[in-house]
Design a protein around this ligand. Sequence first.
Ligand code: CTP
Length: 398
Amino acid sequence: MSLKGKRILVGITGGIAAYKIASFIRLLKKQGAEVRCMMTPASSDFITPLTVATLSENPVGLEFYDARTGQWTNHVEWALWADAMIFAPVTANSLAKMAHGFSDNFLLATFLSAKCPVFIAPAMDLDMYAHPSTKRNLAQLEADGAFIIPAESGELASGLTGEGRMAEPETLLAVLEDHFGSDESYKGKKLLITAGPTYEAIDPVRFIGNHSSGKMGFELAKAALQKGAEVVLISGPSALELSHPNLQLIRIQSAQQLLEIVQKHWSKADIGIFAAAVADYRPADVAEQKIKKSEDELTIRLVKNPDVLAWAAANKQADQQVIGFALETNNGVANASEKLERKQLDAIVLNEMNEPGVGFGGNTNRVQLIRKDNKITRFELQSKAETARALLEALIVK
Ligand code: CTP
């Protein structure tokens, strides 16, 4: 089974759902995983360290310093030991601390030392889960590269019913199995992915840009890495972060810089996915000093930017694949097919802006993949992470 021999570090914080971790540990052990657990002081009100130690067949990490043995527990060693860390349940309090880098207990210090993939399963009452600060903290942790296992809807300890229940142990297991799954379909493949907007300077402080968040490109990179690929991700200005041993993340500002970096890396790539929202035009002249508001009108002359995607397609070897993106407001399929043809692409991913749940900044997407033989695959409305996985699965079987 896929978790056989995998070292899973389970972090338990002080929520009522902690009692369910007993069965989660059993499920992990059944799949052949090696399990170590860490607990925050508050969590032992809900499940005893003895239960956790017995089920995991390993000592439990509780404190930096064990007063009984006089030994210091090395949280860095614990972090390096793990192939994956999963924190479940994570209370609103621990979540906030994790999002802000607090390390006032052993579990948090180990989290901060993680070099492996980290999974976070929040659990709290529905109002706490819905609070803007919780949402912000979850988004921050996701942006830092953690995988969030969303809470589910159901009966809560408070007697209320709503979103906030920790995902069931079976779901936690399925997420880990999926992560370590035997899907190594991109092993040995080198992907070049462009992401985010470009900023085209007007003067030293102003630019022309767009609202692209970079999410789709980052999710594609994440999914490709999970499937064993080596990835060069070239991103315009974006708040997103990603780190992985097989990832080279290069940040750029303008379309011209994007082109230069793509030109440097393209010949080594097997597949290029061009998800960046490149500005089509840039100011013809960039003012050396900040432009003062002297006249009533100001005209900025724009010139066309190089088309990075078209350059890659025109300079591709027979065994390279070039995938473009098209964001359309009307006549989606016709416009995207025209782009595919004109830029000589292998496939194009169509995003239709006028659909609800689709577009810049959001977390969901409904896309269609149009191939050069005009075969169209339609995907359902789903998270950008799921869209990314589905696209890569569709692309690998040409
Ligand atoms: N693209 C690019 N370089 C550019 C412009 C676009 O690499 N200078 C890529 C985008 O990353 C995307 C695809 O081209 O994969 C489609 O971009 P889009 O701007 O929609 O296409 P255009 O051909 O510029 O058509 P439109 O007239 O709709 O802007």
